[in-house]
Design a protein around this ligand. Structure first.
Ligand code: FMN
Ligand code: COI
Length: 361
């Protein structure tokens, strides 16, 4: 019936340790809860008698027409949740006309993820974006970017909220630190030097700075998005460094605990961005009403993390498809109830109780 029910379905099927890995977050999980709670606190104030017979919910992202203002945010290790892993997720996203951000930490190599998307939606040119963590050795970052580019990824998403890993109490208690035998981060296999078949560790590094981003910017002509910028000053700095988009994210409450809910930060970030680049948001999006609130407050599109994983765990490709279908139906229904002809009609006038005043779209 709705996205939340997929979590219960997935929980029945998953190893409890893997369930906890997905559901959990950092420390006391204050931010995990805040993301969803903040959406619930914001009210919608609909208009009436607007004569909106049909509603347009597609969005253009870096020249690609997506059928929904929803992307799959990057989540690691899909083969932990379903045997087909990222291949199943990519097929579902491609068939739905939705952008998939595939992770550096995928258990299927990026070339195979893109290939699965293309084979599932022939002639539709599905968009797969590649998420990466800048590696302290620039050569490793370059090699990864080369791999993603050659695979056919249409954009790069650099996650910048992880100078060190968040402290996940559940994982520590469960002793979950490594992938089981037979699963690996395939994008890091045979990357640069090392024994044949060797899989590199993903490095988190607190030494990275804007110079590292500049090096990446100069090395690629792909659209570059930053994921995990929370401070409006950093949003402005990011634009000065030539990024093409921002994904406002607190990593689903998995990095620094007690940071604000992303939807509460959106008005300030939207004001800082001032419509210069696409602004995406993830964290706690579970309903069509959440999508409408985010777009009304200045987001170009939203991302979902856990819901896609729950869908994947529940029923592979079909589960992810169903999650996207539900969001599509709920978004259209909400637009109708709001008296909107499409997402272009969504403005701050549609919401109440949001923090700070919203910036221009
Ligand atoms: C199981 C799991 C793995 C994740 N892996 C990554 C990752 O590898 N890289 C990344 O940038 N974000 C990662 N994230 C964060 C998501 O991209 C996203 O920001 C977050 O899940 C959004 O919140 P939501 O789960 O409430 O939708 C992960 C999240 C989850 C739940
Ligand atoms: C560190 C990554 C491999 C996974 C991640 O970002 C997460 O689990 O939130």
């Amino acid at each position: 019936m709705n996205l939340r029910e997929f979590e219960s379905a997935a929980r029945e099927l998953l190893d409890p340790v893997h369930y906890d890995y997905v559901a959990g977050g950092a420390d006391d999980e204050v931010t995990v809860r805040a993301n969803e709670a903040a959406f619930a606190r914001i009210a919608l104030l609909p208009r009436v008698l607007r004569g909106a017979a049909s509603r347009e919910s597609g969005v253009t992202l870096f020249g690609h027409r997506a059928s929904l203002p929803v992307v799959l945010s990057p989540t690691a290790f899909h083969r932990l949740f379903h045997k087909e892993g990222e291949v199943a997720t990519a097929r579902a996203a491609a068939r739905a006309g939705v952008v998939m951000i595939t992770g550096m930490a995928s258990t299927v190599a990026v070339a195979d993820v893109v290939e699965a998307a293309r084979a599932a939606a022939p002639g539709r040119d599905p968009a797969v974006w590649f998420q990466l963590y800048l590696q302290p050795a620039p050569g490793v970052t370059e090699a990864l970017v080369r791999r993603a580019t050659e695979a056919g990824c249409a954009a790069l998403v650099v996650t910048v909220d992880s100078p060190v890993l968040g402290a996940h109490t559940r994982n520590a208690r469960n002793g979950f630190h490594d992938l089981p035998d037979g699963l690996a981060c395939e994008n890091l296999r045979d990357l640069l030097d090392g024994e044949p078949g060797h899989v590199r560790q993903i490095a988190m590094s607190p030494t990275l700075d804007w110079d590292d981003l500049d090096r990446l910017r100069a090395s690629t002509s792909l659209p570059l998005l930053l994921k995990g910028v929370l401070h409006p000053d950093d949003a402005r700095i990011a634009l000065d460094h030539g990024v093409d988009g921002l994904l406002l994210s607190n990593h689903g409450g998995r990095q620094l605990d007690t940071v604000p809910a992303t939807i509460d930060l959106l008005p300030e970030i939207a004001a800082a961005v001032a419509g210069r680049v696409p602004l995406l948001l993830d964290g706690g999006v579970r309903r069509g009403t959440d999508i409408v609130k985010a777009l009304a407050l200045g987001a170009t599109a939203v991302g979902i993390g856990r819901p896609a994983v729950w869908g994947l765990a529940a029923d592979g490709e079909n589960g992810v498809t169903r999650v996207l279908d539900i969001l599509r139906r709920e978004l259209d229904h909400t637009l109708a109830l709001c008296g909107a002809t499409g997402i272009a009609d969504l403005t701050p006038a549609l919401v109440r109780n949001a923090t700070a005043s919203a910036g221009p779209r």
